[in-house]
Design a protein around this ligand. Structure first.
Ligand SMILES: [Zn+2]
Ligand SMILES: [Zn+2]
Length: 152
């Protein structure tokens, strides 16, 4: 589980490194269904406090990179080629982001728990994972079974 103070430190560092820190700022928000947001009118990147405190460090770091890439690519880039290039340049490899569709569309690893909750990952998980919707903490009963997406 990510430590919120650390998330803030990473966010500030990424803003200093890739954006104008005089213009852009970071804060936590209280969203529950999406992890991150890039607000172009207020020049602010925000991350859900709720999800940040539940997800792993590397996943939250990926959310930050995803949003910083939006800020760098500009509001018209969407998740198109320009955004993808910028995102890859700064180290974004994907993950469980606020973009359920893009994650589900791109992530090569799909996992399901016994109750049918779907999970997506960009890399094959190296340790057993259980479903966070079914149980907090690791639970063998709710272990996720992974399969690789067939790509055409
Ligand atoms: Zn996005
Ligand atoms: Zn589940």
């Amino acid at each position: 589980m990510a430590d919120l103070e650390r998330v803030r430190i990473w966010a500030d560092a990424l803003i200093r490194m890739h954006l104008d820190p005089g213009r852009w700022s970071f804060r936590f928000d209280s969203a529950k269904r999406r992890a991150g947001l890039c607000n172009f009118s207020e020049h602010r990147i925000s991350v859900s406090r709720y999800l940040a405190s539940r997800w792993d460090d590397d996943e939250i770091y990926q959310v930050l990179l995803h949003e910083v890439a939006h800020a760098m690519a500009g509001p018209t880039a969407g998740h198109g080629t320009r955004w993808k290039r910028v995102a890859a340049d700064i180290g974004y490899i994907g993950g469980r982001t606020h973009d359920g569709e893009i994650a589900a569309e791109l992530a090569p690893w799909i996992g399901t728990c016994a109750a049918g909750h779907e999970h997506v990952r960009f890399r094959r998980p190296t340790r057993p994972l259980s479903c966070g919707s079914c149980a907090r903490g690791y639970s063998e009963t709710h272990r996720i079974a992974w399969r690789r997406r067939e790509t055409s």
